[in-house]
Design a protein around this ligand. Structure first.
Ligand SMILES: [Zn+2]
Ligand SMILES: [Zn+2]
Length: 254
């Protein structure tokens, strides 16, 4: 199993997970044209796309879902709350999923995990292949809960949010109400919260960690690196950071 980020940040998110010729998309916050270009860059054949998992209704995760799924006749999976908010409840390609109720798509076992975020019924995903290799994708959450820490233990690959640096957010351009939302229990993870998450879930089987959804206004990539390096026991330059406009490397789990 391998995975790569097609882009990560407040202007659009999508991650592709691949096993053989089959692939799964998590979120589609890009237009159809933009997504297709990014899939081509990553050399993913869209004909192998088995489904799109959608974390929540915010535009940076959901805005391209319908056009992409309708164009390529691909099913999409969201919570009831996300579908209701998006007006998808009667769409023929929609499948309803719930937190803590595992589902199977192609060869993958997917566990939807409820997270605290200011959306209708947001979910994040832990994806296991038939050989027991586990990828945890986690973004758009304001705080860590015992429930989610339980689900993200023992992942072989992790892609996690490091959204903001608290002092930069405080000094940044956002109005106080938006600052409070981002930093709140239902907002986004700070660099420190990301480090705390990794400290709690890291284990000897962890092969790859990448940090994403990095704010362009309220964070600094050097700060992310220096915050995460001690927890990952690596040099700051070796911390993998995802980018908004660039397709990442492939990370292979073996
Ligand atoms: Zn987001
Ligand atoms: Zn969001």
């Amino acid at each position: 199993m391998r995975y790569c980020s097609l882009g990560s940040g407040s202007r659009g998110n999508a991650t592709v997970v691949q096993q053989g010729r089959m692939s799964l998309l998590v979120d589609c916050g890009f237009s159809r044209k933009n997504l297709v270009a990014r899939l081509e860059q990553a050399q993913v054949d869209i004909q192998g796309l088995q489904g799109v998992l959608v974390t929540h209704e915010h535009g940076d995760h959901a805005k391209g879902v319908l056009t992409v799924c309708e164009s390529f006749d691909v099913p999409f999976y969201t919570s009831f709350g996300t579908a209701r908010k998006m007006g998808w409840l009667s769409h023929p390609l929609w499948h309803c999923i719930r937190g803590d109720e595992p589902l199977r798509i192609a060869g993958w076992d997917v566990m939807p995990v409820v997270v605290p975020h200011d959306a209708q019924e947001p979910l994040q995903f832990v994806i296991r292949n038939e050989r027991g290799l586990v990828l945890g994708l986690l973004s758009d959450l304001g705080s860590l809960t015992a429930h989610l820490l339980h689900h993200y233990r023992a992942c072989h690959g992790l892609q996690v949010e490091a959204n903001h640096d608290v002092p930069l957010l405080r000094a940044g351009p956002y109005p106080p109400s938006l600052q409070a939302r981002v930093a709140g229990q239902f907002g986004h993870l700070s660099n420190e919260q990301c480090a705390d998450f990794l400290l709690r879930v890291r284990w000897s089987g962890l092969q790859h960690v990448s940090a994403g959804h990095i704010s362009e206004k309220n964070n600094d990539r050097h700060l992310v690196r220096s915050c995460l390096a001690p927890v990952l026991d690596c040099r700051p330059d070796d911390v993998n950071l995802l980018e908004q406009d660039t397709v990442s490397d492939w990370y292979c789990l073996a």
